[in-house]
Design a protein around this ligand. Structure first.
Ligand code: HGY
Ligand code: MN
Ligand code: MN
Length: 407
């Protein structure tokens, strides 16, 4: 038994057109009108597939295919929101391969013992509202609903109000729910599978992640008459923080990665000394202990940069997800499925965060990776060949069938 490659390819093309950018990428930020259109398209396909669709308080969408027995479901999911000028595969592939798995079960007339549920999680990317994976975080009981509701985007709009506005503030409580297993197919977003000519990654776990936000308060002044000796330039301090964050990664070495991805300057004009800079720091490592060493180094980098420039600051380490090992039984089921699919595969660790990270706190979870061309992601160049997608989707299908059992 296999998935239907053509039907899957067509769904990828159709969903990929909602929020498509002129260069063939995707901008579908959480809770925007494009996100609403993407959600509506998915809900229509889930109903076409005969699923019982429900929406919870965080806008997470669930589509359940009944099982022969009243057992906890095998859940498969991912996200449909993207980063700005992102790609059409991050998140999209996970929900569409899960949909295709369900369609294939029906096409082959398979009744499973456990129900099979498709899940679509809100705001996985953390691009519009922070932190990332906020809705699976609430579902896992790791983030308070009120805190999530009060998250604001750069225009000051509240997450709850935007959920309401697009019509996806659902009635179902967003609370932990039992499941037999959670499976997520996702692009690797790194170079390993492609370098080794493999189609499938059997994911053993996800790295530890830390997000911090830093606001630097200098003295806004005129770029002309203000003597250099009396300046307190928030952007000069920020520049030293940016290079200091990179230095932490080079000094601690290993697999630690550090990134300043967002930097907002005000007043951000040619002829004024920047009075305020807000920036983000993302740090990740396979070991929590390394992040525990890196964070005090970050504190020191910020303190020294601000002392040199006479700038005040607020630094908040506001999000931390521990290194997440996946359930050995689910990883073994994914490995069996990869072997049965005939694809080239290897075990692999995820350097990107996923909703599976929070779902692993609730029950047995695992992931299936497919390659990223050139290892690229979170960019319009993001791409995965259909042959690899087919292998990954068949692996997901076989793993879900293995875990759900045949009636
Ligand atoms: O940040 C991440 O790793 C994911 O793309 N949200
Ligand atoms: Mn993703
Ligand atoms: Mn992503």
């Amino acid at each position: 038994m296999k998935i239907d490659r053509r039907r899957l390819e067509q769904s990828i093309e159709e969903l990929g057109r909602i929020g498509e950018t002129p260069r063939g990428g995707l901008t579908r930020l959480a809770l925007t009108d494009e996100d609403r259109r993407g959600r509506d398209w998915m809900v229509a396909r889930m109903k076409d597939a005969g699923l019982r669709v429900s929406v919870d308080q965080m806008g997470n969408i669930f589509g359940e295919r009944a099982g022969a027995e009243p057992l906890p479901p095998v859940m498969m999911g991912s996200h449909v929101d993207s980063v700005p000028t992102g790609g059409k595969y991050d998140g999209q592939l996970g929900v569409l391969c899960a949909l295709e798995t369900i369609r294939a079960l029906s096409a082959h007339g398979v009744r499973t013992r456990h129900p099979v549920t498709l899940a679509i999680f809100t705001n996985e990317e953390g691009a519009r509202f922070q932190p990332a994976m906020i809705a699976s975080g609430v579902l896992a009981g790791k983030i308070a609903l009120e805190d999530a509701y009060n998250a604001r985007d750069r225009d000051g709009l509240r997450l709850a109000d935007e959920l309401e506005r697009i019509g996806y503030l659902g009635p179902e409580p967003c609370v932990p729910r039992a499941f037999r297993a959670y499976l997520e197919l996702h692009i690797e977003q790194g170079p390993r599978l492609e370098e080794e000519g493999l189609s499938v990654g059997v994911v053993e776990g996800i790295v530890a992640i830390s997000w911090s936000r830093l606001t630097l308060h200098g003295v806004q002044d005129h770029a002309g008459p203000t003597p250099m000796r009396s300046r307190h330039d928030a952007l000069v301090a920020a520049a030293e923080v940016v290079t200091g964050v990179r230095r932490i990664a080079t000094e601690l070495g290993g697999d630690l990665v550090t990134t300043v991805g967002s930097l907002v300057v005000s007043p951000n004009i040619v002829n004024a000394i920047p009075g305020r800079v807000a920036l983000s720091i993302d740090m990740r490592d396979p070991q929590d202990a390394t992040l525990d060493r890196a964070l005090p180094l970050l504190d020191r980098v910020v303190q020294e940069a601000c002392e040199r420039e006479g700038v005040r600051y607020e630094l908040e380490h506001y999000w931390r997800v521990p290194r997440t090992p996946f359930d050995a039984g689910v990883v073994a089921a994914v490995e069996r499925a990869a072997k049965a699919s005939g694809a080239g595969w290897r075990r692999i660790l995820s350097g990107a965060g996923h909703d599976a990270q929070y779902m692993a706190a609730l029950g047995p979870a695992g992931m299936v990776f497919v390659p990223s061309r050139g290892g690229r992601s979170h960019c319009e160049e993001e791409f995965t060949p259909m042959d690899d997608i087919e292998h990954g989707a068949n692996t997901l299908f076989l793993a879900a069938l293995d875990l759900a059992g045949r009636a």
